[in-house]
Design a protein around this ligand. Structure first.
Ligand SMILES: Cc1cc2nc3c(=O)[nH]c(=O)nc-3n(C[C@H](O)[C@H](O)[C@H](O)COP(=O)(O)O)c2cc1C
Length: 364
């Protein structure tokens, strides 16, 4: 089924406007017959922040922004799905075109700007599948015109606590002006205090929902010191490293498209995102697990992310170029590493290369 979809749909989807192609992919997933995926090999299971992941390969935020197809995605073999970013009120995002492929680089640039159907629409969908099982996290964000952005995160945590397997507080999108300021100094600490408090209050109704912070790969190492210090002190459950980058590596071949404003993802992001993951890992000192995301496009790239410090992985852009078969390929590569006896379990592989990576010269 997946192989057939990839062979038929990928060449066609590659020809049409990127945002229309994404919409078509969502529609196709809605129509897909609902079968549960084959059970994963037990050696792929990961237990972190109190949740049992059948395998560590998730689909990153931004693919299913409105919670339309989480069960179809779980059925394709993802170990978890992150819905969103959801904003409290519906908002259209930036004018189109706002999504661009860089085929020669296997990269994507987006400046969608949190187009969201809003909290109530997404809540209704997730509530309708509440008994279906599978891990579905909710990635929350702030409305562009909000007077109190932190209050937006708080209200979404209250709204979604009964249906979210975990929360991701997304303060790292480059496409909402000023949003990334929430990663800095006093504002970051205030954000953490208020979202952790909202999560505690909601837990009286819904049980304690793990809370993750998603950061940009563009923060400085000094800023990362503070972010990790505050996250440890405020006892967040994990961090996702990371979002898209506003940098443009000199090596990009699609020079014209590379000038588009927005966040770059996919293969050209891999080295920077993996470096930031390792830098985060050595600062966290095992206090909480990390989700590695950015440029994973193969089994070996996934393995490198784990060795840099990731307990869990997420993919997005490479699905555009490599298709859904990537999920199975990654799972096979992780199992093959265990069979080669690189480690007894996936957990034993996590962070093995982090110190070496942080000793290298800074990636371009
Ligand atoms: C089209 C597109 C939309 C995205 N939307 C979101 C979003 O709404 N929220 C978010 O936290 N990340 C979003 N991201 C970032 C991804 O979740 C991920 O962090 C990033 O793309 C790096 O992973 P990749 O290289 O595997 O794509 C988006 C990425 C793309 C390509």
């Amino acid at each position: 089924m997946i192989g057939l979809f990839d062979r038929l749909a990928l060449p066609f989807l590659g020809l049409i406007d990127a945002e229309n192609a994404h919409r078509l992919a969502i529609q196709a997933l809605k129509l897909m017959p609902r079968g549960s995926s084959a059970t994963d090999d037990a050696r792929l299971s990961v237990r972190v922040f109190g949740l049992n992941f059948p395998n560590p390969v998730g689909i990153a935020a931004g693919f299913d922004k409105h919670g339309e197809v989480p069960d179809a995605l779980l059925g394709l073999g993802f170990g978890f799905v992150e819905v969103g970013t959801v904003t409290p009120l519906p908002q259209p995002g930036n004018p189109r075109p706002r999504l661009f492929r860089l085929p020669a680089d296997e990269g994507v640039i987006n400046r969608l700007g949190f187009n969201s159907e809003g909290g109530q629409a997404v809540l209704a969908r997730l509530a309708a599948r509440a008994g279906a099982g599978g891990l579905v996290g909710v990635n929350v964000g702030a409305n562009k015109d909000s007077a109190d952005r932190i209050a937006d995160y708080v209200s979404l945590i209250e709204t979604f606590a009964p249906v979210a397997s975990y929360f991701t507080v997304n303060i790292s999108s480059p496409n909402t002006p000023g949003l990334r300021e929430l990663q800095r100094g006093q504002l970051f600490d205030e954000l953490l205090a208020r979202v952790v408090d909202a999560r505690e209050r909601a837990s009286r109704r819904a049980g304690l929902t793990p809370l993750l912070i998603k950061i940009a790969p563009d923060v400085s190492l000094n800023e990362l010191d503070d972010i990790v210090g505050d996250a440890r002190r405020r006892r967040v459950d994990g961090m996702i490293v990371g979002n898209t980058t506003i940098r443009r590596p000199r090596t990009l071949r699609e020079a014209k498209t590379a000038q588009e404003t927005g966040g770059l993802s996919g293969k050209p992001l891999f080295t920077l995102a993996t470096r930031m993951l390792a830098e985060t890992f050595v600062r966290v000192e095992g206090q909480f697990p990390l989700v590695g995301v950015g440029g994973i496009d193969s089994g070996s790239a996934a393995l490198a992310k784990v060795r840099a410090g990731a307990n869990l992985l997420q993919v997005y852009s490479a699905l555009v170029f490599r298709g859904l078969g990537l999920v199975g390929e990654i799972k096979e590569a992780l199992l093959a590493a265990l069979e080669r006896r690189e480690a007894r379990s996936l957990a034993d592989l996590v962070g093995l290369d982090a110190a070496d990576i942080t000793a290298q010269s800074w990636p371009e």
